[in-house]
Design a protein around this ligand. Structure first.
Ligand code: ADP
Length: 937
């Protein structure tokens, strides 16, 4: 290169002067390898824009020539990293901006092809710089650079750009911020409203506010239009004040009444809120920001809490309860109103003393319970809660029982109770009841103990059996060693009584009635006692026995006395029976003797009278003895009846026959009225005749001579009625029933001394009862006569006709003569009977004991043998057996003779082989009636 050209070249490179770092770089670069060629050859148009570029502070870029060689200035250089600077200078555009060629390629092409410039604002052109691809925003333009020398007249593209990445990101952040705020506003649990202008027009309101006031259109409306209820409640006036003064207003728990639905019910809302004035740039209030919280739920909870506290206090009062807090740290006791009421104290501020002489609590404690204060202190040291019960004496002198609990609510470092809450209730009433209950129990125990009664309680449902201490004693076991169970108890009951015990108890429980019975307890030590057991069961809703309780009582002594009494009674019966027997024996010989005397020929009137007296009195005595025997038989249950269809007429006949002598003796008028048709009963004719004769004899006895006695037999439907009336001494009303008691006799001044033991009517009643009949006495009073009514169940005749009449015994045949053996150890009896029989033409042999009787029988060979049963040596039974066993004895008529006349004797005598059984004193007629059987046989 020539000097000149060099100079001109230097001169021509003036356009690269300045330009800071890029200027220097452009000047120093060896452009020969670039598509632009050396700068001094660059066309003027390029030179001009390069000079402009290097001298402007605005970021500028140039794409020149067909390859778009890249040029840029210092300002632009800030926006690229070492990846492109300085290496990209002068390099083809495509090579440098390959990564964004899609974006800028078309723009360069557009400008170069003359289709106009481009303009982009905040356009994202992501480029790699400083090793990382960055989101870079640009506001830029692509404009053509005219060059006449270039084909198409456009030499390159001028890029003027400003990187706006910072602004774009800041704006975006701002938007996000605003978004967050809006969201906060939207979702805030606090309500927010922005009111504009003096009329408080709603500009914005968040959903919380809408929730508070209910769905309605409020945006753009004044608050008075949007929330008319706020006007009346003074809220709008408040807003006016805030707007006027510019001072914020705060409220807590303010009540706001509103309707959530246009015609719904008015509801209460409680709100905490702030009216915050919003001021413009001019400092004037332009609106009010309202922000607040709906605290309705809390307010309601508070109200509920207050209510429940009030209720708690009422409950304390109602339950006569009181509470106080004992604070050992401060030495003070905080009393509730109720606590003070309970103690009857009144402290101005409810604060009392703990410890010392002025301790109101300790001072109130009952002297006997004062020691408990220390106890509770010890308890509080160990446990957080404990039960307490004690008495206090109130200032008015009344004593109260208090029952409740202590609760430790705070402890000191060593665990000592610092604060203690006491809740106590007045339990005086309950305690009094308990005390009464205890006393009653004690009394019951004492009573059970005194009565030596044992109690028990068997719970079927729980399977438990409780015994009182006395029960253990009665069973002879100790509470320590013996566990009462149904099985173990049963084992202690006498084996003979066990089944009965179980059965009777079961039966009574099933039938829902109490049970009473007596049983023996076999104690483990071998001794035995009698106990009376009374029990009762309790039943559940379904009627099943759930419990069985009762008492047992030692009755061993009573049992012993009973046994003794029974023995004594039996001895008495035996004695009476024996006495009657012994007394009867002499009667037979007397009677026989009289009969013989009579038979021995006509006597003088005095002798005849004597005979009659003896005869009557013997009969009377025999009857009395008979009654006596019957009484003892009855009491021993040994009286047996021969029940058969019996005609009343027959009974009446026999009774009259017996009573006739008495009636005649009194010279009474005697009227008998029988029923026209025969009436029957089922009965023992002899017994019924005995009853009726007794009544007739009484009538004769208790009626003054020449009185009137009437007997009638009537048909009384199901019964036969026999009346015996007299016009005698009568019976006082209060004696009408007692005369039927054993040995009852009415003591009356005018009583006829007719003798008697007060047995007759009692026997009559018993005999009638055995027949299913009754006897009743009627009298209008003393001197008014008496009527006895006997009623017997009537026997209806069978369809066939009247009951078969018992065959009339054939009349005794007194023409026949028999060989008769009479054996009796009572000589008079034997001899008199023998004499009597001989009078009637019989041949009689007499023996005075059994042995003799057997010997005699052997030689005498009697047709009939009358044997006394109770003979010495060989008794009547044995004698009979031997006679029967002998070769000749089969056909002998054997008659047993006894004073006992009892059925078991009768059975025995039949067994021994007797044909007949006669009771002493044997009636001759009775004996003779047995004889025709011999003829027949
Ligand atoms: P007693 O052997 O004393 O007659 P009863 O048992 O036969 O015994 O009679 C009891 C009592 O009843 C008699 O003592 C008598 O007082 C009274 N009594 C019985 N029958 C009559 C009667 N028909 N009139 C008055 N009193 C009678």
């Amino acid at each position: 290169m020539s000097e000149r050209s060099k100079d001109s070249a230097t001169e021509s490179l003036q356009f690269l002067a300045g330009g800071g770092e890029m200027g220097a770089l452009m000047r120093s670069l060896d452009w020969s390898t670039s598509s632009l060629g050396p700068p001094h050859l660059w066309p003027q148009a390029l030179r001009t824009v390069v000079r402009l570029m290097l001298n402007t502070g605005h970021p500028t870029y140039i794409f020149w020539g067909p390859q778009g060689a890249c040029l840029y200035n210092d300002a632009y250089r800030q926006s690229i990293g070492p990846e492109r600077h300085p290496g990209s200078l002068g390099k083809p555009a495509f090579e440098v901006w390959e990564e964004i060629w899609d974006l800028i390629g078309p723009q360069i092409e557009q400008v170069r092809s003359g289709r106009g410039a481009t303009w982009n604002v905040d356009h994202l052109v992501p480029i790699t710089r400083h090793g990382k691809r960055e989101e870079v925003y640009w506001t830029y333009s692509y404009s053509p650079i005219d060059d006449e020398t270039a084909p198409g007249g456009i030499g390159g593209v001028l890029v003027q750009c400003t990187e706006t990445t910072q602004q774009v990101l800041a704006a975006r952040q701002l938007a996000a911020e605003r978004d967050r705020l809006a969201q906060l506003f939207e979702q805030s649990p606090t309500f927010m409203v922005l009111l504009r202008g003096p009329e408080h027009r709603v500009e914005i309101a968040n959903p919380s506010f809408m929730a508070l006031i209910g769905r309605r259109e409020i945006l753009g409306k004044t608050i008075a239009q949007a929330l008319p209820e706020a006007v009346a409640q003074g809220y709008v006036a408040l807003l006016d004040t805030v707007f006027a003064t510019g001072e914020a207003f705060t409220a807590n728990g303010a009540r706001f009444e509103l309707r959530l639905e246009p015609d719904g019910a008015v509801v209460d809302r409680y709100v905490d809120f702030v009216y915050q004035p919003v001021k413009g740039l001019d400092g004037k209030v332009s609106g009010i920001f309202v922000q607040g919280v709906d605290v309705t739920a809390r307010a309601q909870a508070d109200a509920t809490l207050r209510e429940s506290e009030a209720r708690f206090r009422t409950a304390l009062k109602a339950g006569r309860m009181g509470s106080w807090i004992t604070d050992h740290a401060s030495g003070k006791r905080h009393w509730s109103r109720e606590g003070m009421d309970l103690f009857g104290i009144d402290l101005v501020d409810g604060i009392g003393q703990v410890g010392g002489d002025n301790d109101e609590y300790v001072g109130a404690l009952h002297p006997d319970d004062r020691h408990l204060a220390q106890r509770y202190k010890e308890l509080a040291a160990r446990q957080d809660t404990f039960d307490a019960e004690y008495r206090i004496v109130r200032p008015d002198g009344t004593t109260l029982w208090l029952t409740g609990r202590g609760l430790v609510v705070e402890r000191g470092p060593q665990g000592q109770a610092l604060r203690l809450v006491s809740i106590m209730a007045d339990s005086t009433d309950r305690k009094l009841v308990e005390e009464r209950f205890r006393l009653e129990r004690e009394r019951l125990d004492l009573a059970l103990d005194a009565a030596q009664m044992g109690a028990y309680d068997l719970n079927f449902r729980e399977g438990t059996l409780w015994w009182s201490p006395e029960t253990y004693r009665l069973f002879g076991v100790s509470a320590e060693q013996f566990v009462p169970t149904p099985e173990s108890v049963l084992a202690l009951i006498h084996p003979d009584d066990r089944d009965t015990f179980v059965r009777l108890r079961r039966k009574a429980i099933d039938e829902h009635r109490p049970f009473v019975h007596e049983l023996r307890i076999q104690r483990p030590n071998g001794s035995q006692i009698w106990v009376a057991h009374r029990g009762r069961a309790e039943y559940d809703e379904r009627g099943a026995a759930s419990r069985n309780f009762g008492v047992i009582m030692d009755i061993s002594e009573r049992k012993q006395v009973e046994t003794m009494l029974r023995d004594a009674d039996r001895n008495k019966d035996n004695f009476i029976a024996m006495l009657a027997h012994e007394l009867r024996n002499p009667l037979a010989p007397i009677r026989n003797a009289v009969t013989i005397l009579r038979k021995s020929g006509p006597a003088d009137p005095t002798t005849t009278w004597c005979h009659e007296v003896i005869d009557r009195q013997v009969n009377q005595m025999a009857r009395l003895l008979e009654d006596l025997l019957d009484v003892s038989r009855l009491s021993r249950g040994q009286l047996q009846l021969r029940l058969e269809p019996t005609s009343l007429a027959q009974v009446v006949d026999q009774a009259i026959e017996i009573a006739q002598p008495s009636i005649q003796a009194g010279e009474h008028a005697f009227i008998v009225t029988l029923h026209p048709r025969p009436l029957y009963v089922r009965g023992d004719v002899a017994r019924l005749a005995q009853v009726l004769s007794n009544v007739l004899i009484n009538a004769a006895k208790y009626t003054a001579p020449r009185g009137r006695i009437a007997l009638s037999v009537e048909d009384a439907g199901e019964q036969v009625l026999v009346r015996v009336s007299d016009n005698g001494i009568g019976i006082a009303a209060h004696h009408l029933s007692t005369i039927f008691e054993m040995f009852a006799q009415v003591q009356t001044a005018g009583r006829h001394a007719q003798g008697g033991q007060g047995i007759g009517l009692s026997l009559a009643r018993s005999l009638l009862e055995l027949h299913g009949g009754t006897i009743t006495a009627f009298s209008d009073g003393l001197g008014k006569g008496t009527e006895f009514q006997i009623r017997l169940p009537r026997l209806r005749p069978s369809p066939v006709g009247e009951p078969a009449r018992t065959a009339e015994p054939a009349p005794p045949d007194d023409t026949q003569s028999y060989r008769i053996l009479v054996a009796d150890d009572l000589r008079d009896s034997a001899d008199s009977l023998a004499s009597l029989l001989e009078t009637f033409g019989h041949t009689v042999a007499v023996a005075y004991d059994g042995e003799q009787a057997l010997e005699l029988a052997e030689s005498f060979r009697p047709d009939i043998a009358v044997l006394d049963l109770g003979m010495p040596k060989v008794d009547g039974y044995e004698a009979c057996r031997r006679i029967r066993a002998s070769a000749w004895g089969g056909s002998v008529i054997l008659v047993a003779q006894t004073g006992w006349g009892q059925t078991h004797d009768l059975g025995r005598s039949r067994q021994a082989g007797f044909d007949h059984h006669a009771v002493k004193p044997i009636e001759l007629d009775t004996l003779l009636a047995m004889f025709p059987a011999v003829q027949a046989g």
